[in-house]
Write a protein that binds this ligand. Structure first.
Ligand code: FES
Length: 110
């Protein structure tokens, strides 16, 4: 599957964008982020409890922009690796999604 998820110009450094896709007929919530110029994407699913990180408001970065944060119980995740470095699920990792960039667009590829 290859799905267009964002324009690169619409995702400046330090921003995120929610998107969803279908897997086996089920909707999967996800997000893509520009972390210091690197595009990363993960399923929007905390590894502590099966709920979204952002409460639906599209906010994923911590205040200083160095980590992703789960708004429910405050778990922190490293943007590049998805590893939870603080909080109730320390040591677990966000589920990564593969992306590629073509002609100024970001695609989800699987
Ligand atoms: S649900 Fe994310 S830290 Fe508890």
């Amino acid at each position: 599957m290859r799905k267009k998820i964002a324009k690169l110009e619409d995702l400046p450094e330090g921003t995120t964008k929610r998107f969803s896709f279908q897997r086996d007929g089920m909707r999967v919530d996800a997000f893509v982020a520009n972390f210091k110029g690197e595009i990363v994407a993960y399923e929007n699913l905390c590894r502590h409890l099966p709920i979204t990180l952002d409460y639906g408001d599209g906010e994923f970065f911590s205040n200083d922009g160095s980590l992703f944060v789960c708004q429910t119980h405050g778990a922190f995740y490293e943007p590049k690796s998805g590893l939870c470095v603080a909080g109730p699920c320390t040591g677990a990792s966000l589920i990564p999604l593969e992306t590629e960039q073509t002609d100024g667009h970001i695609f989800l590829v699987r």
